[in-house]
Write a protein that binds this ligand. Structure first.
Ligand SMILES: [Zn+2]
Length: 446
């Protein structure tokens, strides 16, 4: 209890001089790419970018304590509005004094709007119930949802059913903002409409128009809620607009230009931008170029839910994303799939039975400093929870460290960045496969 009290005093002290919810400063760029490094400052501290933001969906990075999260070097975490509104409820988080106090985590926290989960997990009304209103069927013939899971969208908002208890909930952009302000993270995402990877242009355009109308409504409500925080002397919260438009160049550019230029009568704008959508990794260079070459340069960009491969980290950075989150490192860890600089291994493999070396001798994480592959394999084989904890620590540290190294090289020089990328990918994937990730790499690759 003592620690908690001290933390709250420190928090109060930090807040007193706040005038902006978020600032972003660019430090260095890589020539002929969209890559840049910089610093995002929030009421709960700074994030040196590019940065990997650990997934803490339900206000916890699965299996890890805050002490472990801090020790592995995470600068920030991302929690999910949909999950928190259903359990434990945004009211409870508000009562606790916000998510930072609830989980006693004092670094910057992002929340996503819940849009993706409303459309993918929310058990929605069936088609037949929606005879009258304008319905965007874009999500219907969707890889993510079955017909029974149809989420009903109209211009006002979206009806969905809780995947936990079947409660029917009407989510609007304003309601998403109210929930996110109750949760009180540092960075929120505007509520958007998900488009199916299989949707046609007409459906994508319809969802995009809805997303843009909702973005403006999100921003309006957000500004009102921040005014209340200011009155009460509470920390201001930042809002990112979410760029959609699937894999269509004109829609992506339109979305980035619309959200990037959106300004309310009082001058309010988005503090940064999220990049939403479902992609194959090979589509990302084009899509990210359309978006990030169009968005205002001076605001941070967050890639929502990126791929599970180390190559994706380089891709995100090279194509102009400042932060990105991913559930894969902890999810894979819980399945025994571990990153090493020589590629991914499965720790349950027989060949590790009597292997008394660390997962990776080059890794500085707690697990690699203290335990062997043989011990970890034993824990997984015996279904011991500690195995998942140690594996999660390692995978998260591996990703955090890789992005730390990318950032350091980016700040050093263009040559250092390209050389690090080449060496890392060749060691991880082998010379031939690594060439799949050339993208804009200069001749220095060879
Ligand atoms: Zn390790």
């Amino acid at each position: 209890m003592l620690n908690l009290r001290i933390y709250q005093d420190i928090e109060k002290e930090k807040m007193t001089e706040q005038t902006h919810a978020l600032t972003f400063e660019i430090k260095r760029r890589i020539s002929n790419t969209l890559a840049r490094s910089g610093t995002i400052a929030t009421p709960h501290g700074e994030i040196q970018t590019p940065a990997y933001i650990g997934a803490a969906t339900a206000a916890t990075m699965k299996t890890l304590t805050n002490a472990e999260i801090n020790e592995l070097g995470a600068q920030s975490i991302l929690s999910n509005t949909y999950h928190l509104m259903l359990r434990p409820g945004a009211d409870l988080l508000a009562k606790a004094g916000g998510i930072h106090r609830f989980m006693n985590y004092d670094k910057p926290i992002y929340t996503d709007s819940g849009g993706f989960q409303v459309f993918s997990l929310g058990m929605a009304y069936k088609k037949g119930l929606d005879a009258t209103s304008h319905t965007t069927k874009g999500s219907a013939e969707n890889a993510v949802m079955s017909a029974e899971q149809l989420t009903k969208v109209d211009k006002e908002g979206v009806w969905f059913k809780s995947h936990l208890n079947g409660d029917k909930i009407f989510m609007t952009p304003e309601y998403s903002m109210e929930l996110q302000h109750q949760i009180a993270a540092d960075v929120h995402m505007a509520f958007d409409e998900l488009t199916s990877p299989l949707a046609g242009r007409e459906q994508i355009k319809s969802a995009l128009d809805t997303t843009h109308a909702w973005a403006e409504r999100s921003l309006r409500r957000h500004v009102e809620l921040n005014a209340v925080h200011l009155d009460k002397g509470e920390p201001l919260q930042a809002l990112f607009g979410v760029v959609q438009g699937a894999r269509e160049e004109d829609f992506r550019r339109e979305s980035a230009a619309f959200l990037g230029g959106l300004t309310l009568e009082d001058g309010a704008q988005f503090d940064g931008f999220g990049i939403g959508g479902t992609f194959q990794p090979e589509e990302l260079p084009d899509v990210l170029t359309w978006i990030n070459a169009t968005l205002p340069e001076d605001k941070p960009r967050h890639l929502l839910g990126m791929g599970a491969q180390p190559a994706d980290l380089f891709l995100g950075v090279e194509f102009g994303c400042d932060t990105f989150d991913c559930v894969a490192p902890t999810r894979q860890a819980r399945n025994g799939a571990l990153f090493t600089y020589d590629g991914r291994i499965n720790i349950t493999n027989k060949r590790f039975e009597a292997d008394f070396t660390p997962i990776d001798v080059a890794c500085d994480c707690y697990t690699c400093q203290n335990h062997t592959k043989a011990y970890l394999r034993h824990l997984f084989k015996a279904n011991e929870v500690t195995g998942m904890v140690l594996a999660s620590i390692h995978n998260e540290r591996f990703v955090v460290k890789t992005v730390e190294d990318i950032r350091q090289k980016l700040n050093e020089s263009d040559t250092a960045f390209w050389a690090y990328k080449r060496d890392f990918l060749v060691q991880y994937y082998g010379e031939e496969r690594a060439r799949d990730f050339l993208y804009t790499s200069p001749a220095a690759w060879q």
